[in-house]
Structures are given as C-alpha cells and as structure tokens.
Design a protein around this ligand. Structure first.
Ligand code: ATP
Ligand code: MG
Length: 472
C-alpha cells in the first residue's frame, strides 16, 4: 500500500484535525486541519519536537500526557485562536499507540465544534433575555387562572377541582390530554393558584431541541465546563421558588429523563462542568399528549420518572366527551371574537350547531376556537354562520357524516313535504314516497336497474314491477 497517498489524504481532506507523535514527542503526522486549528503550518510542526515548536504546551499537552500515562483522554474541549485571530472550539480525543504493551506514540483527533457551541450559546442567551424580561415584569408571564377554564361538564369540573387541590402542595403534576384540550392553561392555573404565584413560571417544550442543548438549558453551564462556556443559570435555577413546566415530556431523551428524576428526588443537581451541586426549590409540572402507559411500553418514557411525576395525575378529557362544554365555549369564543374583529353575528345556523355536536373535534378546544375565528372572518356583519363559513376539511366531514348517518335515498327527499299534502290518503302518501325514492335511486345509479334495485334493497323483478306500476 502507498503510505504516502494515505498520509496525503489525511493531510488534505479530513475535516478532523489529526496529530501523531512518537515516543520521543516528535511529530510524525500533522494534517492541515490541525494546523489550521492551532494557527500553524504543517511544515513548522512535522518531524519536530512538539514542545520545541509549541513551548506554551509545556505541562498542558494532552499528547505528552497520554504518552506518559498510557491512558487515553477523550472528549476534551479546547479553544484555539487561529491565524486570523478567530476563536475555535474543538473536542479532542487522544489515545496512546501501543505495541506489545509499550507506548510507542500518541494520536490526537480534534473536531471543530465552534458552530455547535455558538448555537448553544445563542440559544441560552436568548432564553436568558426572555427570562430577564419576564422577571422585569414581576413574573407576570402567565395569563390563566382556574376561573378562565370554562365548561360545566362533570369531567372539566372534576379536573378543576383536582387542579385546585394540587395547587395547595408542591407535588409534581403530570397533565395528560389530547392536543388543544387546555393542558397549558391548567398548568398556568395551578401555578397561579399556588403560593408560588409571585415567583417565576417557566415553560419549556422538550420536543423542540436536541439532547445536548436541552441539557445545558435545563441544568445550566459553568465557566470552564467546556470551552466558551460561561456561567449561565439553567431553567431549573431560574425557576427557583416557582414552577417549571416541561411540555411534551415524552420527547425528552431517556438520559435526561434519568437526570431529571434525580433532581425530583433530591432537589439538587450539578450544572454542566460544575463541581458544586445547586439546591433548588422548583415545582415540576409535566405534560404529555400521549397515553403515558403506552409511552412506557414503547420505551419513550421512563417508568420511574412517570411514577415520580404522577404524584398528581390530571387528565383533561377531549372536547367531544365533555357534554355541555361545547355550548359554553362556543358562546365564549364568539363573544371574544366579535370584540376582536369588531363584528357581530346574528346566530349560528342550526345545521352547523347539529354538526358541531357530531363532529369529533380532534384538535379540541383550540380547533373550535380557530374554526369560529375563521367563520367570523368571512361572515358578513350581522350575518348567520352557515356551513359555507366552515373550513374545507369540515365541510367534507359534514358531507361524509350526512351520507353515512342517513340512507342515501332518503337524504334528498323531503318526506315531510309530501306528507303535508293532506288531501292524500295514507296509501297514496306512501305511494308518492315510494315513487320518489325509486326515481332518486334510478337517477343516482344512472338508470341501471340491477344497481338501483340493490341500493333500494329490493329484487330486480320487484323494481321492474314497480317501475311499470308507477309508469316511471
Ligand atoms: N376550558 C377552556 N376554557 C377556555 N379556553 C380554553 C379551554 N381549554 C382550552 N382553551 C383554549 O384553547 C387553546 C388551547 O389551550 P392549551 O394551549 O392550553 O392546549 P394544550 O392542551 O396545551 O394543547 P397542545 O397539546 O396542542 O399544546 C387556548 O387558546 C386556550 O385558551
Ligand atoms: Mg400545550
């Protein structure tokens, strides 16, 4: 094999920095990426004694340390200032090279993490800024109290009662409910009914970011924890004395779930890079929009964390199972929207109301709110909200429901119109209805007798007899 070609490839094409020294500390391989990181040129380092070239590394060089101890040092964060004076952060791993158990050299591989680190820092700063502005407002970053949660269904009244009792303690709460059922407003209401109400309420969505960022965000970082890291309080510390809401807890990586469990058990944690533990007094409210037992079964939620969070379980039922709430919520949203859009409506068409009671509302209260807002936008002032004002997907659902809930041939017939003609005898009435049904079926099936008979549920012969009898 052509060794030079391999060395050429490593020198010029690999994005990781590579530095190899022999047992004397002389550099055997030093690629251009490593040279860029360290602000050197490969020629200045190659075949030279490491400490001669970089005397500042005396006592610090990981390559020399590994050479001396024979033990690897991995995931070591380092900072360099390159030729242009730009700060570069890397994660370095250094391993001994051994032959017959003897250390004959060491290799160091460095990966540039400058961009990743910048992203983390920007993110942490922005949450800090948001938090600061919240603090300046005296923590008034919550809007809702239990009184804002409308509905008089036994289910919602029960949920409100549990929330109210839970607000009197510091126990963790797990809120479970479909999307748009009001989980967040319950969480805010618990905080605002508690004696933590004048302390911070911080909400974080665990699905929104990768594990490494989320960990830094929750636990905070300490200067020296990794290069470029500054002392930055994590959300747990920022929420001290108040409430931390962890939304979509099931999206939290399992490793972090374990760390969170420890915080819940001990009220203590160690910020990243810190040697000291911090003690905090934070009430945790967690939210999941998926069935927790199924999540445990699927390995998405740690069972021990589930039990620890479930000191209080608050289940918010879906809107479709909450009888009576639809009417109250509908009126409430219309009132708010009339104000907001500076428009009034005279009423909602009965067809729409009937449909609302049949519709499954997969997006729950939020969907109702949006559907009404959409309708109020397009209905004329003092108008009636009709089917035409509903969103496209709902109209489709409406037609499917009406098709399946009534036999198709009855659908288009106004039986009452015929019956209202009271000059006819009962048998004449029935004949009229029969005639109309047959005509409808024939038209729908494009005058195919077999298909029409089938849709009417009679035999072909019977249909032919009736067609003759009614001269259709
Ligand atoms: N019982 C209620 N009374 C008044 N408004 C409600 C009620 N339930 C929900 N809402 C309103 O519905 C919207 C959705 O509520 P919220 O954000 O709390 O839902 P969620 O369960 O957290 O939804 P998601 O799972 O999608 O995050 C909000 O605008 C909220 O004000
Ligand atoms: Mg929510």
């Amino acid at each position: 094999m052509d060794k030079e070609a391999i060395i050429d490839l490593i020198n010029n094409n690999i994005k990781e920095g590579i530095h190899v020294i022999d047992s004397e500390g002389t550099t055997l391989l030093y690629n251009s990426t490593m040279a860029d990181f360290e602000g050197m040129t490969p020629d200045a380092v190659l075949n030279k004694q490491l400490l001669d070239v970089l005397p500042s590394l005396q006592g610090k060089s990981t390559l020399i340390k590994v050479l001396e101890t024979g033990k690897s040092i991995t995931m070591n964060r380092q900072t360099y200032f390159n030729k242009d004076g730009k700060q570069i952060s890397t994660v370095n791993s250094t391993w001994p090279i051994k032959k017959h158990g003897k250390v004959i050299g060491a290799v160091e591989i460095a990966k540039d993490i400058t961009i990743i680190e910048k992203t983390v820092n920007n993110l942490l700063s922005s949450t800090e800024t948001i938090q600061k502005s919240k603090e300046n407002k005296g923590y008034k970053n919550t809007k809702y109290t239990l009184d804002d949660i409308l509905g008089n269904s036994p289910q919602i009244l029960n949920a409100k009662q549990i929330a109210n009792m839970a607000s009197k303690s510091d126990s963790s709460v797990l809120i479970i409910g479909e999307s748009g059922t009001g989980k967040e407003i319950f969480a805010q209401s618990i905080h605002n009914a508690s004696n933590r109400k004048n302390k911070p309420f911080i909400a974080e969505n665990c699905a929104a970011m990768p594990e490494s960022l989320l960990e830094g965000l929750l636990f905070g970082t300490t200067k020296g924890g990794f290069t470029g890291a500054v002392n930055r309080a994590g959300l747990l510390e920022q929420a001290n004395g108040g409430t931390l809401l962890l939304d979509e807890i099931n999206s939290m990586p399992l490793g972090l779930q374990a760390k969170l469990l420890r915080v819940l058990q001990e009220s203590k944690f160690r910020p990243i890079g810190s040697t000291k533990e911090i003690e905090v007094d934070v009430r945790i409210i967690a939210i999941t929009n998926k069935e927790p037992l199924k999540l445990i079964e699927d390995g998405m939620l740690r069972e021990d964390l589930f039990f620890r969070l479930s000191v209080v379980n608050l289940y918010i039922p879906p809107l479709k199972s909450r009888e009576g709430d639809l009417t109250i919520l509908k009126q409430h949203f219309i009132k708010i929207l009339e104000n907001k859009l500076n428009k009034t409506i005279s009423r909602i068409d009965n067809k729409v109301i009937e449909f609302f009671y049949k519709y499954p509302w997969p997006g729950n209260v939020r969907e109702l709110q949006h559907v009404l807002e959409g309708a109020l936008n397009i209905v004329e002032n003092n108008g009636i909200i009709g089917l035409e004002h509903l969103p496209y997907y709902m109209k489709r659902h409406f037609h499917n429901v009406s098709k399946t809930s009534e036999p198709s041939h009855l659908n288009k017939i106004n039986t009452l119109n015929i019956l209202e003609n009271d000059n006819l005898s009962l048998s004449e009435h029935l004949e009229q209805i029969e005639k109309k049904l047959i005509k409808e079926a024939m038209k729908k099936e494009e005058y195919n007798i077999t298909k029409s008979a089938k849709s009417l549920g009679i035999t072909r012969q019977n249909l032919q007899y009736k067609l003759k009898k009614f001269s259709i």
